[in-house]
Design a protein around this ligand. Sequence first.
Ligand SMILES: [Zn+2]
Length: 582
Amino acid sequence: MSDFLVSARKYRPKTFDRVIGQDAISLTLKSAIKQNQLAQSFLFCGPRGVGKTSLARILAKTVNCENIDAEINACDKCVSCKSFNENSSFNVHELDAASNNSVDDIRNLVDQVRFAPQVGKFNIYIIDEVHMLSQSAFNAFLKTLEEPPSHAKFILATTEKHKIIPTILSRCQIFDFKRVSNEDIVKNLKYVADNENVSVEDDALFLIAEKSDGAMRDSLSLFDRLVSVSDDKLLYNHVIDHLNILDYDYYFKITNQLILNDISSLIVTFDEIINNGFDGQNFINGLSDHLRNLLLCQDEQTVSLLSKNESLKQRYLDQAKKTEAKLLVRALKLTNECDLQYKLSNNKRLLVEICLMQVSSIGHEDDVKKKDKKFIVSNPLNNNKKVDVVNKDNKSHEDVNTYKSEKKIDETPNEQTVDKHEGVDDLENNIRAKTISILDSLNQEKNKNESLEKIIALRSDDFSQEIFYEKWKKMIESFKENEKSNLALALGINKPVLLDDFKIEIELSNSSQVELINQEKQDILIFLKNELNNDLIDLNTKVAELKKDNTPYTNSDKYKRMYEDNKYLAKLGQKLGLDPDY
Ligand SMILES: [Zn+2]
């Protein structure tokens, strides 16, 4: 790239047809010029870098050209065109409202409006970022906009249409500019690359297009930046390195592991990604994009929204076949939650890992249910029938229970720590079970030295009863403050009991309280885990047994109660020879 001139300027479109991605607007303006029905004021709205100012300038130049051709292109030969090309035209006045937004700036401009142009037909006033004008500047401008002289035309441009007051909106012909599609950006970049003798890989250009988010100007700046450091060759790997983009391959790989519920590989792959210097949140966002793309592939109507090059599109379509829309939606919900929680989390890495495990469990919940059923069979309270069958083998209830329980533990030795009490949801169980078993196998792999905690950084601080009760009170207060008074009330009724292995048990008065607490269990656990720096904490609820009702009803009951409670009454009874049992 000799004689370096930034591409965004060098390749700024000079005719309507060269404005990329805004065909409808170009067409409308061209036909208005042709039919001589041009509005007096225009409002160009849309994101940055999509061609608003370029199109405003083309319009300004074209309407002043003396020999417009049949295709509505300016001739580039007349006096007006020449002065325009040399940036010395007196017909075009540009004001950047971002930096010149005072009343005086606008008054200067308004003062010029009444003078008719010396050359050409129109004076064109282009006001960029018009939403930045101060309120008083807006007011000063309004009068002119209401009754402009016929030789004046106004083109207002803004990235924030919602900030434009209705009185302005109603006086302008409004054009909404679209983001430029990735395909169009790639096409244009290719055109530039050909002209600059830069050899490019399509994939590299697609990455630039994606990174530019529909803004042509940004894509050209990025292109310049990358070409300047890459010896006139733009390769995919090169772009990935320089833009710090995670390779698509990683997302395909991770997604395959998610589909297979292969948690150990997931954790290892994520570790690799982190070690390559990528940020967890970027990764999660990238994964969300990837899942969204797979979702788009699920339906013929949406597949056209997938803006990728052909070979990549095929890879998405292939992977999409292995998934289902409803599962992808659930996965997206989880990745989105992870993204929202990321900033607040103390252990960001764990947060992402948990998210991956949750996503990976989607669609595998049935596996857990089968396991749970096995357990229920072993509990005589839950299923007497089965126990009776086994009972024929001359075993007592208790024996059967123990026997079955042991057997169960034998079958799945890694699940001993998994609590099977009611109310723990299957997913959570699955994740915990998976985590622990996966950690075990990882431990074996890594020669036993790395503890569970280290690999997924589980917090496991010890704490005293006193500290626990203190935090419990703090939690109740916090729920009260957050307008969860019912929950605070339920949690405050009985003192919780801290059992072994950081299990907490709380007795509640009735089943609706149990239900309430189970609903909010996630929040309760998050609070306690964070306050006590311990991820092993778990909460169990149970309904308190009804105490025996001792209220005395009959007269003799009442007398007996009085007699028991009051020793003087007892003495009086003795003196009078009364028998309390009478
Ligand atoms: Zn001309």
